[in-house]
Each structure stands twice: as C-alpha cells, then as structure tokens.
Design a protein around this ligand. Sequence first.
Ligand code: UDP
Length: 313
Amino acid sequence: MKKTVLVAGGAGFIGSHLCEALLNLGMKVLCLDNLGTGRMENLSAVIKNKNFKFIKHDIQKPVRIKGVVNYVFHLASYASPPYYQAKSIETLMTNSLGTYNILEFCRAKKARYLITSTSETYGDPLEHPQKETYWGNVNPVGIRSCYDEAKRFAEALTMEFVRKHRVDARIIRIFNTYGPRLQKDDGRVISNFIWQASHNMDITIYGDGLQTRSFCYVEDQVRGLISAMMKEGLAGEVINIGNPDEFTMKEAAVIIKEMTGSKSKIVYKPLPKDDPTRRKPDISKAKKLLGWEPEIKLRDGLSRTIKWFADGQ
Ligand code: UDP
C-alpha cells in the first residue's frame, strides 16, 4: 500500500521539489497551497501524475481531507524578506493559526509531521556557527519579527502538540536555500544577483557586503527534509538543515558575476533593518541523527540555477 503524504506549501520553491522527490519514492502526494507565492508552473512536471493531487487551500482555514494520511510536511509560509514584510499579517497568521490547523489535522489522522522552521529563529546570532541549542537574538518588534517570531511561535506550538498530544513532530530549521524555481522577483540574494548579472544590470549589494550567509542547494535540502521525516524516533527534535560553507555577499556577487560572464557593475544600497550579520549552520546533529550532509558545492548549484534562469525559467 502506497503511503500518502500531504505537503502544505507544495507549489512553492522548495515544496515543489519535495513533491517531485516524494513521487519518485513511490508515494501518493497531496499538495496544498493557497498560491500566495506558490505557482502552478512549479508543478508542471507532476500535475499529470496519477499519484499527485493539487488542492487549493489556505491553511488559515481548517484542513479536511478524507482517508489515510501518513506524513505531513508543513512548508506553507511566505519566506522571502520582501514578501513576508509586504504580507506581514498573513505571515503571522499562517504560521500561528495555520500551523495550529495542520497540527490538529495530524493529531486527528495520527500522521507524522515535519515543519520547516528557519535559521531566522536565531535572529542576528551572537553564537557562530548556530547550533540547535542556541536560543537566538531576535528583535521581537522589528520588521523581520512577523516572520521570525511567527516561526518561533510555530516551533513552540509544535512542541506542545508533542508534549500534550503525542504528535510525532519534528522541527527542521532550514538555512538559505537556492536553486531552480526561485523566482526572479523573489527578492532573495541569489535570485537577485543571477537575474541582475545575466541582464547586465547593476548587482545590488545591501550594506558593505561583508555580512555572510551559507547557501544550500535545493536538492540537498529536500534530501535532508525527507530523511528527517522518514527517520523514526525524532518526535520533539530540532535539526538544522543547511550548507555550512559560508560566503560574504560580496563574494557571492563576484562569483555570480564571473559565472554569468556579466558586464554588470556591483553597487551598494542601504542595509535593510535587522539584517543578520552572519549565518552558518552547525550541522553535526543532522550528520549524527540522519547521516545527512550537503553534497553540492556553491559553484555547482549556481551553475544549475544560472542555466535554469537562462532557459527562461
Ligand atoms: N542582499 C543583497 N542584495 C540583494 C538581496 C539581498 O545584498 O539584492 C543581502 C541581504 O541584505 C542579506 C543577504 O543578502 O544580508 C541574504 O538576503 P536574503 O534576502 O536572500 O535572505 P535572508 O538570509 O536575509 O533571509
């Protein structure tokens, strides 16, 4: 009997890659998305698959699906800073009320649950690299708090469903992830730089460009999420999934400019408020519990992403 998996946020950037990988593993996939940032184009490779079903639904409303559901991945949320700030109240509600609705669904179905939380729960971290035991340095009322605090609330709610209702839930803190299907107007750094460089437009570095991020290729990310879901005995565990290779934004701009053969100028713009100074996951827990680590180096992942952009998205 095929297992049935529900992916909330399955039409999004990571969600759509996850749906494909789950179908390739022989599962039935129910994809739930309100198409806030998710796109039907992201599902073009799977929409006709007989084991795939798309359901347009906003998880701020209760989730009702007939039949057995074995696993639930909860990826539904705005995730790019310009989008979650523009849709700040929706972001807060999706991660609070929406997470509650998904958790109640898991409780009723006795389904195993995985939520994608975020490295943003560490805020502008004072500990480096960030381990899961670090509590973070988050501005609770700043312009990023609609995302950071919403995800922290979602983590707290998840833990209470583990403690009070014995839901088999795990929390995965995902770090910056990139790859094909990042939209050109997504606003995140890798998509901005690739789009700008490949059109010989100015490459916009915010601040002095010395802030760091660690970029994980989407295939590595999806492999990590699936192993975290499939592994027994992880109820209540919090695990970082990301690539620990750390780059400044200046380095990222130079690499992308070189790889695209671009004539762009690199220009400097004001740093957005509360922009974290550094970010790099400690992935020793993922290595130990899941035997997972990223395999794709930045230049390899970038060349696949650049190709996807060049092919017209
Ligand atoms: N950034 C940049 N230029 C851009 C977009 C982003 O220099 O065109 C910087 C941004 O200020 C941050 C980093 O790149 O320091 C990563 O930003 P992103 O929005 O991708 O994700 P974040 O990790 O901040 O959520």
